[in-house]
Design a binder for this molecule. Structure first.
Ligand code: F6P
Length: 341
């Protein structure tokens, strides 16, 4: 079989580990041939490829990013996009695709499957918000990066008797904030799932100063105050209709400085959370996803996505990938509240 591989959406530590596993087992065990499509759905849409064999995947396991490049191209938003993809795949003799991506990339994969394209999906997102899988790779790395940053911010905050607000990624799901905040000993954690009461946050900050410690607040980029909305960088939408979030950390630091009379600083971790080498957990999960994805392709089990259920990798319908956004349940947030203030 000749198999195309692509990575779409925001990059994520572990993408290269998936690509390597797919190719190593695909060539070594099954004798398939591969073609790398560049920059997500833009690759098959415009017929942009790169060679993808064993030599190309050597040494990429620990590397962040993706050797294939990524984009947020949506072929369903482009006139004749789907037909062009089908034609390009036919012209190149590509029998099947492995699409590695999040909600948007897998959403396109689901629709293409319904239109007769052979696709197997691999879930990816540092936000860990895909309902069909217990964990996505990249999440553990992002949490560790944020935790290390929080550890460092504790000492500088103490030295200057300041509040530090740490803004982490998480559009609709606060998993990164919850886990990094718990692991880093944050005094308040604020998530998109639950609007926050600014007066309560001020109270926690003041209690913390009274006990001679400096408060660290971890906040998801998508968190909102009770009477406010998500803060966006500009009004522009990407091809999947997402706005660019950012700014809630600075807004909160400003409010806290005014209300407590103590200096406050905001640190926006941004894309640092997505860059660089994956943790061991993410390398192993990504590798297992890759191995199981190529098994599915080899068996002709298309329209499926690999997923982690407990400790096992299973196959679920691709449509399940986008069916349910996995948000932080109230009882998980309640656990963290024991440490607030
Ligand atoms: O989807 C993952 C994510 O990290 C979100 O948390 C964040 O809002 C988004 O990507 C930002 O990505 P970019 O700047 O690449 O558009």
């Amino acid at each position: 079989m000749r198999i195309g591989v692509l990575t779409g959406g925001g990059d994520c530590p572990g993408l290269n580990a998936v690509i390597r596993a797919v190719v190593r087992k695909g060539v070594g065990t099954y004798g398939h041939e591969f073609v790398g499509f560049r920059d997500g759905w833009k690759g098959p849409l415009e017929g942009i490829t790169r060679p993808l064999g064993i030599p190309e995947v050597r040494g990429i396991l620990p590397r962040g990013g993706t050797i294939l490049g990524s984009s947020r191209t949506n072929p369903f938003k482009i006139e004749g996009g789907v037909e062009r993809i089908k034609q390009n795949l036919a012209d190149m003799g590509v029998d099947a695709l492995v699409a590695i991506g999040g909600e948007d990339t897998l959403g396109v994969a689901t629709k293409l499957t319904e239109l007769g394209v052979n696709v197997v999906g691999v879930p990816k997102t540092i936000d860990n918000d895909l309902g069909a899988t217990d964990f996505t790779f990249g999440f553990d790395t992002a949490v560790n990066i944020a935790m290390e940053a929080i550890d460092r911010l504790h000492t500088t905050a103490e030295s200057h008797h300041r509040t530090v607000v740490v803004e982490v990624m998480g559009r609709h799901a606060g998993w990164i904030a919850l886990h990094a905040g718990l692991a880093g000993g944050a005094n308040v954690i604020l998530l998109p799932e639950q609007k926050f009461d600014l007066d309560k946050v001020v109270e926690h900050v003041e209690t913390r100063f009274q006990t001679n410690y400096s408060p660290i607040i971890v906040i998801s980029e998508g968190a909102m105050p009770t009477d406010g909305d998500m803060i966006t960088l500009n009004g522009e939408l990407d091809a999947f209709g997402h706005v660019r979030l950012g700014g809630i950390g600075n807004w909160l630091a400003d409010q806290l400085e005014k209300r407590t009379g103590k200096e406050a600083r905001a640190v926006v971790l941004g894309h640092t959370q997505r860059g660089g080498t994956p943790t061991a957990f993410d390398r192993v999960l990504a590798t297992r996803f890759g191995l199981h994805a190529i098994d599915a392709v080899h068996e002709g089990d298309f329209g499926k996505m690999v997923a982690l259920r407990s400790t096992e990798i299973v196959r679920v319908p691709l449509a399940d990938a986008t069916r349910e956004l996995k948000t932080v349940p109230p009882h998980r947030y309640a656990e963290a509240e024991a440490f607030f203030g």
